[in-house]
Each structure stands twice: as structure tokens, then as C-alpha cells.
Design a protein around this ligand. Structure first.
Ligand SMILES: C[S@@+](CC[C@H](N)C(=O)[O-])C[C@H]1O[C@@H](n2cnc3c(N)ncnc32)[C@H](O)[C@@H]1O
Length: 201
């Protein structure tokens, strides 16, 4: 039995991330740059690399990302996101930002601000009710009902959202959102943003 940290045992990317990864633009000002925040073993950064995106993978422990650091298309950043420092990335720097199974609310504003126009936020993590399944149980690490919807309201177009129990590893109660930074980019007379396909990768 491997003695790797629990979260490094999940190698396959989340189906939420793979489903909506095709919405990340490749031809925007960032050149398709994708941020994997709290990347762990980098399963999602690797997925985007395979899709042809350059990636920035951030974690306080980058020991499982050594191979990525040797890839010219990947930047690996070792940083403690919770040490009180401001959000470490510039505005409009990323075509996609993904966060999977990590929650640190003080960086919510930075996350949204670092999406380029047309960029996509893919966020999924544990939510209240997960206490019955196991860790995390600390409310600081559990989203409340509708929290990701509230975060993006009037700022990003919500493409998909769900909240509930899932068997997908690691199982538990999760909340997930896919939202695109294209409010205000409308070419329609009514100002509504253009729709996106739902059944992607
Ligand atoms: C449950 S794992 C999720 C890893 C990855 N996102 C995935 O879904 O496979 C949480 C990750 O958050 C990272 N993390 C926790 N606290 C952090 C901090 N203060 N700064 C940066 N990374 C942190 C951990 O090192 C770990 O890799």
C-alpha cells in the first residue's frame, strides 16, 4: 500500500474539469494559460497540458510536480497561499482557473480578477454535509449552499452548477461551478452573453 498523501492517490482528473476544459480559450491574451490552484499532484494541470495549454501549477508542496517543472510549457510555483500575502497573480492573466478540493475564501476576489475576458472558472470542492463522509469537516473548508453562485453573480456567466453527494473519488458532498468571464462581451441587442455548449469533453 502506498504511503503517499491521500489526495495524491487520485490520478484521474475530475469529470467536472474534463467536461468543461474545452471552454478554456487558447487564443486569448494569455495564450491559453491555465492556473491550477493548490494543484497537488497536478492531475488537472496535466490534463490541460495534454489539451495544448501552457499551465501554472501552484501548491505549498510541489514535490509531486517535479516532472512538470521540467516541462517548458509548465510553471510550477511553490507558495503558501494562506500566509497572509496578497493574491499572487496579476489581473486577466489566465484563460482558465481551476480549483479542485481546496478552499481559501480570502483569495476569491483574486481568482475572479485574474480571469482574462472570456476565461473560465472551474471550481469544485467539498460543501456542508461532507462531515457525514469524513474530512474535511471544518466549516472553513466547506462551501455553504449556493456560495459559488453568490461569488460569481453579476460578474461571470454561470454555465453549470451543482451541489450534492457524489461517489466520484474522493467521495463526499461537493459543490461545483463552471462560469465564464463574458458578461459584457455580448454582441446581442439584448446584452445577453452568448451561450456555451454543455456536453463537452
Ligand atoms: C485535497 S488536495 C487537492 C489537490 C488537487 N487540487 C487535486 O484535486 O488533485 C489540496 C491541496 O491543497 C494544497 N494546499 C493546502 N494548503 C495550502 C496552502 N496554504 N497553500 C498552497 N497550497 C495548499 C495541499 O498541499 C494539497 O496539494
Amino acid at each position: 500500500m502506498s504511503d503517499a498523501p491521500h489526495h495524491l492517490k487520485f490520478k484521474a482528473p475530475s469529470t467536472w474539469i474534463t467536461r468543461f476544459a474545452p471552454l478554456a480559450p487558447k487564443d486569448g491574451p494569455s495564450g491559453g494559460m491555465v492556473l491550477d490552484l493548490a494543484a497537488g499532484g497536478g492531475r488537472h494541470a496535466r490534463h490541460f497540458l495534454d489539451r495544448g495549454h501552457p499551465v501554472t501549477a501552484v501548491d505549498k508542496d510541489v514535490s509531486a510536480l517535479a516532472d512538470l517543472a521540467r516541462d517548458a510549457r509548465a510553471e510550477v510555483v511553490e507558495i503558501d497561499l494562506e500566509d497572509g500575502s496578497p493574491w499572487p497573480f496579476p489581473p486577466a492573466a489566465f484563460a482558465a482557473i481551476m480549483v479542485s478540493n481546496y478552499l481559501f475564501r480570502p483569495h476569491f476576489e483574486g481568482l475572479i480578477g485574474s480571469l482574462e475576458p472570456g476565461g473560465v472558472l472551474l471550481y469544485e470542492t467539498f460543501a456542508r454535509g461532507n462531515e457525514a463522509f469524513g474530512r474535511p469537516r471544518n466549516p472553513d473548508h466547506l462551501l455553504i449552499s449556493g456560495e459559488l453562485l453568490d461569488l460569481v453573480r453579476d460578474r461571470l456567466q454561470v454555465v453549470a452548477y451543482e451541489h450534492g453527494e457524489t461517489d466520484e473519488a474522493p467521495p463526499g458532498v461537493k459543490q461545483r461551478i463552471c462560469a465564464v468571464n463574458d458578461l459584457g462581451l455580448s454582441t446581442r441587442d439584448d446584452g445577453e452573453p452568448a451561450p456555451h455548449p454543455l456536453a463537452l469533453g
